[in-house]
Design a binder for this molecule. Structure first.
Ligand code: SIN
Ligand code: MN
Length: 256
């Protein structure tokens, strides 16, 4: 499923795009069934929240599950990614980030390239983060906040935070966020289950805790041009895939 010229322009200008109704209810239901299975697996690739012990992020899903591998290569994801970054892409990372009802914790302000360069030695901010909502995401259950156009400023200064949440993250300081928001505002990425979102590697974003009674699960695939592959290998393969061959679009479009 290809993006039109206006949509491509929107990503270039704002650093993200929200695509309502990109996946069907049936596709989302199939993905949710499999989500329950992978969440119950005892593996270090399932990272839990400090306070509640609930799964916060289940990683390496294309390595663990056929349907999530198919989803990552699905034309609805893969074709837009190729339009934006060219055909030779590898799967850098796949995961589901859940913000469980009542207990889901914050993701501090950050941009993904700070981690990709700092931890993995990825040379340039060319990776794309592709999301599909597995629950409806509203203002109440911890939507992602984006600072539009923040990717245009180059990579903001960032610092590794290993303390405030259960997942170590290279975060952006408050002064920088204040300046970026003053100039560009903040948007929240909301929509029904099945909505897709695409955003670029140095777009500043974060999300607040989920104090609502509704879970919020989002699948995320990070695809990176093969010529921009990682040069440092300290993180496990569920955080940064080691297969740098260009991926093919899945021939299995049905997501069963
Ligand atoms: C992320 O930025 O990778 C996670 C944000 C979220 O799931 O809310
Ligand atoms: Mn992020």
């Amino acid at each position: 499923m290809k993006l039109n010229l206006n949509q491509l322009k929107e990503i270039d200008e704002n650093g993200y795009i929200i695509l309502p109704d990109w996946f069907s209810n049936e596709e989302v239901n199939n993905l949710c069934k499999e989500m329950k299975i992978v969440f119950n697996e005892k593996t270090e690739a399932n990272v839990v929240e400090k306070s509640s012990g609930e799964v916060r992020t289940a990683m390496g899903l294309h390595l663990r599950s056929k349907i999530f591998d198919d989803l990552t290569r699905h034309p609805k994801f893969f074709e837009p990614a190729c339009q934006i970054r060219g055909n030779n892409l590898y799967i850098q990372q796949t995961k589901i980030n859940v913000k469980a009802a009542f207990t889901g914790e914050v993701w501090q302000w950050h941009y993904d390239f700070a981690t990709h360069s700092g931890e993995d030695g990825v040379p340039k901010p060319l990776a794309l983060n592709l999301h599909v909502f597995l629950d409806e995401v509203t203002e109440f259950n911890g939507p992602l906040f984006f600072i539009p156009k923040s990717h245009k400023y180059g990579s903001a200064p960032s610092k590794l935070d290993t303390v405030t949440t259960s997942y170590p993250l290279w975060t952006v300081d408050q002064q920088t966020v204040k300046k970026l928001v003053k100039e560009n505002g903040i948007v929240s990425a909301r929509g029904k289950a099945g909505t897709a979102v695409i955003f670029v590697d140095n777009l500043v974003h974060g999300s607040a805790q989920n104090m609502s009674p509704m879970d919020r699960a989002i699948f995320s695939a990070i695809l990176n041009p093969c010529k921009n592959a990682q040069t440092k290998f300290s993180r496990p393969d569920y955080k940064h895939g080691r297969d740098f061959k260009p991926i093919d679009a899945s021939s299995n479009d049905s997501l069963k």
